[in-house]
Design a protein around this ligand. Structure first.
Ligand code: AVJ
Length: 320
């Protein structure tokens, strides 16, 4: 039997080096921070999947409804025989909503979580035998090259889940400009964007009753303990998430419950009581606001779909 999934390992630097260097840099800052990409170890990816099933976390199920309803439209715009390239493919669940309608010739899933990526793309390949499936383990926030052997005819980028919301607006624009230079003229980009809405709904989505988002946030500290031998006690931190209206973003933090000193790779970091590690931003947009940003990066707004309550949006952008 041949290996159903063609695997490409594109780690630009050994994963461990980037984790250590980036975490240390973030902990040395006045406002301590960690990149949200470090949430996604095996356990973190599993917890994120569980977040998506929480009743308060509306983005996933809303986007899935939109995609299912728009699949035929999307297929018509993108045409058949496309190469569908998913950035941050995770469990590769949402793309299933498009495959039958679109009938692309190949699919490339790109994700930072290696084992998770392999499992998910193997399942996809087994379920869609007619589809050529590629998997690339990469940090797409810095690696902007496509692996060799991936057919790049009629590429359509797929960036669901409002993942682009992790970048601040300027970085999101720069990121899209990077995709612009990677993709040929006329290619498509299908992007999911969470919309600005009332504070209570937004905050509930990041403070689910079951505590899954809290576990997801705190799992970062477990990861630092296991992978960097950090001396840091997760029980001495609590999850915090709130909507920063001025910046139009959900902020997630880990709040130190007491004055404490933690050690990572022999370096000591002091925390005051109430001091935080800023672990994630999740920007929310208006439809026009996002289209303007995409336009500045060279992408034209072709179509946009929303749900009936205007909670979430899916955009088909065309590379000009
Ligand atoms: C994957 C970045 C889109 O911002 O909603 C969910 C991550 N963090 N709950 C988001 C997340 C906490 C999610 N993104």
């Amino acid at each position: 039997m041949t290996l159903a999934v063609k695997f490409h390992d594109l780690h630009p630097t050994p994963a461990a080096t980037s984790l250590r260097d980036e975490i240390l840099m973030g902990f040395r800052a006045d406002q301590k921070f960690a990149s949200p990409k470090f949430f996604y170890d095996q356990r973190g990816s599993e917890l994120f999947d569980q977040i998506c099933e929480q009743p308060e976390y509306y983005p996933t199920r809303t986007e899935e409804l939109i995609l299912a309803a728009a699949a035929a439209d999307i297929a018509e715009i993108a045409g058949h025989e496309a190469t569908l390239i998913e950035l941050g493919s995770g469990a590769s669940r949402k793309v299933r909503l498009l495959l039958e309608a679109m009938r692309p010739s190949s699919y490339l899933g790109i994700d930072i979580s290696r084992e998770f990526l392999l499992e998910s793309t193997r399942r996809l390949a087994a379920d869609y035998p007619w589809l050529e499936v590629h998997a690339a383990c990469a940090d797409f926030s810095c690696n902007m090259a496509l692996p060799d052997g991936v057919c790049c005819e009629r590429p359509v980028g797929f960036f669901p889940g409002s993942s682009i919301g992790n970048f601040d607006p300027q970085a999101a624009e720069d990121f899209l400009r990077g995709l612009h230079s990677l993709l040929p003229t006329g290619s498509g980009l299908l992007v999911g964007i969470d919309l600005i809405k009332d504070k209570a709904t937004l905050e509930a989505a990041y403070n689910d009753e079951a505590g899954v988002t809290a576990a997801f946030n705190l799992n970062l500290l477990e990861r630092l303990r296991h992978e960097l031998n950090a001396e840091i006690d997760p029980r001495h931190f609590v999850h915090q998430a709130f909507f920063n209206e001025e910046q139009s973003r959900i902020e997630m933090h880990l709040v130190s419950q007491l004055p404490q000193v933690v050690a990572i790779e022999g370096e000591r970091f002091r925390f005051l009581e109430g001091e935080t590690i800023h672990t994630e931003n999740s920007y929310k947009y208006t439809i026009e606001g996002f289209q303007g940003l995409a336009g500045r990066a060279g992408f034209e707004a072709h179509s946009c779909w929303t749900d009936e309550n205007d909670m979430f949006s899916v955009h088909y952008l065309e590379r000009g």
